[in-house]
Design a protein around this ligand. Structure first.
Ligand SMILES: [Fe+2]
Length: 434
């Protein structure tokens, strides 16, 4: 590869792998659900959604399309707003008893992630729930080679779950989230209909928009794949493989979209150009991080959702404590990119430029500060919480937050800059308010 960032190094990887589903994008494409499901060989479908979407026009469109295609359908709508082990266990029973030959999911990341994991746990139940998770949390039990065909239909512009082999699940007993990652979880097809974003509340567009922005930014600035150890067994090559030329393409465009349309999409539900682009940006960012892995932004968000208390967010119909995923990620982001820029200044400078930062008087050495300033500006204009202090944390919480997030070992190692526990504490301390 000609790019200096991917120059080979001793014992480093010299191969990267890309996996994405077949995608259909466009207003009204949910009407293709029936034909697409038939094309995937489905005859009896497990249809996943959540209780809030069950009465929506989008769900109705998918259901009607499946019915008109002559398909047999059973609905599972017991998905919680943050996918957790309890809803996956219910979904697994639904799959195990349903005699399905295909799954369709319509909803946000929680619905799609629940559908992915429910197939795994329903068709191949382990002895213990954590058996499929990587050590030290789980037993690292091998995942079977295939599940049922899955057609995913996202209704929010953030998670990109329709494009990834990842399911993020909250483990209720541990009050924290962990990532289940395996190629078998990748949906075969996705229908991305931006009309689904027309009715999203402003704060949902803001949170999911910052999620897509951070997916793209973390991918673009991740450690180069050539800096990870070479893995000669292709089936053992991890999904978190570092920045690569493919993810650069998708992340770059997703950053441009976030820079141009995030503020507009939040401020007006009628701005179809902005909301359509955010929907496309979310899928692009999903295609990037599904083949790269995120780094500190997402790693540090896990401490926030683990330890949050007495906090809710406007626009979400959930009880306290709750911080939306995208907010839990972006509140630490300005402090993170001030920290990581020193290790890859050109990458951070380019990312700042894609996000439409004001770089008139800035050089490459100012990249971290320029990026942080632009993120803070976008956070203020979209009225999201101003740092960790905005969701109830103070300096006294920093050691516990850092200890919790330090468990995200692989994501932390995907940072372009080596990062230890003290570094994480310093980042959190700098992220209390901006
Ligand atoms: Fe995310």
């Amino acid at each position: 590869m000609g790019c200096q960032y991917f120059d080979p190094c001793d014992h480093g990887a010299d191969t990267f792998t890309i996996a994405i589903p077949k995608l259909t994008f466009g207003r009204g494409c949910l009407r293709e659900a029936g034909a697409r499901a038939v094309g995937l060989g489905m005859t009896r479908i497990g249809l996943f959604t959540d209780p809030g979407l069950r009465d929506s026009a989008y769900f109705e469109t998918v259901l009607e399309s499946l019915k008109q295609a002559g398909l047999d359908i059973a609905v599972f709508d017991e998905v919680t707003i943050e996918a957790d082990d309890a809803s996956v266990e219910r979904g697994a029973t639904f799959i195990a008893e349903g005699n399905f030959d295909g799954v369709v999911s319509i909803g946000g990341g929680s619905v799609i992630d629940t559908a992915k994991a429910s197939m795994l746990y329903g068709l191949h139940p382990p002895d213990e729930f954590l058996d499929y998770f990587a050590p030290p949390l789980g037993a690292g039990r091998p995942v079977p080679r295939s599940l049922l065909p899955h057609l995913a239909c996202p209704t929010t512009s953030g998670t990109g779950s329709e494009c990834t082999s990842i399911s993020v699940l909250r483990i209720n007993d541990m009050a924290t989230k962990f990532v289940l990652a395996n190629p078998v979880l990748l949906p075969q097809e996705a229908l991305i209909d931006p009309a689904c974003s027309d009715t999203l509340p402003a704060m949902v567009v803001a949170s999911t928009g910052f999620d897509l922005l951070c997916h793209a930014l973390e991918c673009y600035t991740a450690k180069a794949y050539t800096r990870w150890d070479r893995q000669d067994d292709p089936l053992k090559r991890p999904l978190i493989q570092g920045a690569n030329p493919w993810s650069d393409l998708a992340a770059r465009r997703a950053l441009e979209i976030a820079g141009e349309y995030l503020e507009r999409g939040v401020s007006s539900a009628d701005d179809h150009e902005a909301r359509d682009n955010l929907m496309w940006g979310a899928s692009l960012a999903g295609m990037a991080f599904g083949n790269t892995g995120t780094h500190l932004g997402h790693a540090l968000s896990y401490g926030v959702t683990h330890l949050m208390h007495d906090v809710t967010t406007e626009g979400y119909r959930v009880k306290s404590p709750f911080v939306p995923h995208g907010i839990s990620v972006v509140i630490s982001a300005p402090a993170i990119f001030r920290y990581t820029a020193a290790a890859a200044p050109e990458r951070h400078f380019e990312a700042a430029s894609y996000l439409q930062s004001d770089l008139q008087d800035a050089g490459v050495d100012d990249a971290g500060e320029a990026l942080a300033k632009r993120l803070i500006e976008l956070m203020q204009k979209t009225e999201v919480p101003n740092g960790l202090g905005g969701v109830g944390f103070g300096l006294a919480d920093v050691p516990a937050l850092a200890a919790s997030s330090a468990r995200q070992v692989r994501a932390i190692a995907n940072s372009p800059r080596e990062t230890n526990l003290v570094d994480i504490e310093n980042i959190y301390a700098a992220a209390i308010s901006y």
